[in-house]
Design a binder for this molecule. Structure first.
Ligand SMILES: Cc1ncc(C[n+]2csc(CCOP(=O)(O)OP(=O)(O)O)c2C)c(N)n1
Length: 361
């Protein structure tokens, strides 16, 4: 038999579910324990932020909300590996990466509260990143376009997109990776495989043995990573970013994790998945293993954890107050930012809405 081509997909992990180191060759950043504590603290802030968001929704103060519970290592790993000059094109639940890049919790609340000004991130580097992309997979094309621009301009910048396991079935994803392979673009796509696309499980999502190997077809470097192990995520991202920055082309990373919460606050996952599966996933969640590892190194303990949680609570309370105090936009705002010149049919609707409002006052 003549073999036309052969491929392998590496699986990367440094910390197992109990926080035991499974390999000795720790990457440089992980030898800096002060830095690892900072990463843990951001993961914890993200979790506190997430719980606060759900409470806001439950009390009627947010429209809907997509939780990131269980994704903290994947998201903070991505955000912390990127450089400020890179560009990030997220989908809609990657707050850990976005907080690292300067997005403020109040902006997330505004967005999910129905105020598009939440997209207008005030802090760099998030300010030059893309807004949330709810239309599945479209952000991959935005990122591929940015990567093409970086290449044409000769800039040493990388475009990063995140997408779900479900999103990786869509044509926009394949179009983006094909373009990146064909033109050797500085594009990194991280597939956050949280096992579920709303109620569709991974096993009926795709016949591909791994989602990472989809990148092979496009000629991209491809790897599967324990997405609950921040050391592995950060290392795989750093390597992918370095390759892209130095002109060696794009990558696809599959970060294997689990969506511990509902798809959004509009979903009830108990209707389509069993408790045993979720309990099993909790045993592998990302915070516990990193905490065990840091405690064993003597740089973290319960007292520090409680103190940091209290600081996070204050931070989030402050952000919630800022959100609640933000004046709502006039009702006409929904017509004003879609077209440079409002088309006649929309102008008519706009006038009608205004007349209703005038009547109400
Ligand atoms: C183009 C498009 N089709 C359908 C939807 C409805 N929708 C919202 S989330 C979602 C599932 C996405 O699952 P996955 O890509 O695995 O990401 P996850 O939500 O698990 O992070 C779907 C189908 C959408 N937002 N956009």
């Amino acid at each position: 038999m003549t073999i036309a081509a052969k491929f392998e997909i590496e699986y990367l992990q440094y910390l197992d579910a109990e926080g035991k180191q499974v390999r000795d060759d720790l990457p440089e950043f992980a030898k800096d324990l002060g830095h690892m504590v900072e990463l843990y603290k951001l993961m914890l802030s993200t979790r506190v932020f997430d719980a606060k968001s759900i409470a806001l929704q439950r009390t009627g103060k947010l429209g809907t909300y997509a939780s990131c519970l269980g994704h903290e290592a994947a998201h903070v790993g991505i955000g912390s590996a990127m450089r400020p000059e890179d560009v990030y094109a997220p989908s809609y639940r990657e707050y850990g990466a976005q907080l690292y890049r300067g997005v403020q919790p109040r902006e997330v609340y505004m967005y999910w509260g129905g105020d598009e000004r939440g997209n207008d991130y005030q802090n760099e580097p998030a300010r030059h990143d893309f807004a949330w992309s709810v239309p599945i997979a479209t952000q991959c094309l935005h990122a591929a376009g940015s990567a093409l621009a970086f290449k044409i301009r000769g800039e040493k910048r990388v475009a990063v997109a995140t997408i779900g396991d479900g999103g990786s079935s869509k044509g926009d994803f394949y179009g983006a990776i094909n373009m990146a392979g064909a033109r050797e673009l500085p594009l990194v796509i991280a597939i956050v495989n949280n096992q579920w696309a709303i109620s569709v499980p991974r096993k009926i999502q795709s016949g591909s043995q791994t989602l990472a190997q989809k990148g092979i077809a496009a000629g991209l470097y491809s790897i599967q990573v324990d997405g609950n192990d921040i050391i592995a995520v950060r290392k795989a991202m750093e390597d992918a970013l370095e390759r892209a920055r130095s002109g060696q082309g794009g990558s696809v990373l599959e970060l294997v994790t689990y969506r511990l919460g509902d798809h959004t606050t509009a979903d009830d996952a108990r209707r389509y998945r069993g408790k045993d599966e979720v309990d099993e996933a909790w045993a592998k969640e990302p915070m516990k293993r990193l905490k065990h590892w840091l405690v064993a190194k003597g740089v973290w303990d319960d007292a520090k954890e409680e103190a940091w949680k209290a600081e996070c609570d204050d931070w989030m309370d402050n952000e919630v107050n800022a959100y609640l105090e933000t004046r709502t936009q006039p009702v006409t705002a929904m017509f004003d930012y879609i077209f440079a010149e409002v088309p006649a049919d929309l102008a008519k609707q706009r006038d009608y809405v205004l007349s209703l409002e005038n009547k109400a006052h």
